[in-house]
Design a protein around this ligand. Structure first.
Ligand SMILES: [Zn+2]
Length: 55
C-alpha cells in the first residue's frame, strides 16, 4: 500500500508513462508527486491500491 512520503496520506493515483512512474497524492493540501524507482513500482503493482488507482 502506498503512503505519501510528504504528508502520510494513503490516497493516491498511479501515474505511468514511458519516462515517469509514480503516484500522485490526492490530499487537497499536498498533491505532490512521488516518483517511483523500478523496484518500488513492482511492489505497488501487486497491491490492490495501485490496481484500483489505475481504473
Ligand atoms: Zn501527500
Amino acid at each position: 500500500m502506498w503512503t505519501c512520503p510528504y504528508c502520510g496520506n494513503s490516497g493516491g493515483v498511479g501515474f505511468v508513462d514511458p519516462n515517469l512512474k509514480g503516484m500522485l497524492c490526492m490530499h487537497p493540501n499536498c498533491g505532490r508527486f512521488d516518483e517511483m524507482t523500478e523496484g518500488r513500482i513492482e511492489l505497488l503493482m501487486r497491491s490492490d491500491l495501485y490496481e484500483q488507482s489505475l481504473v
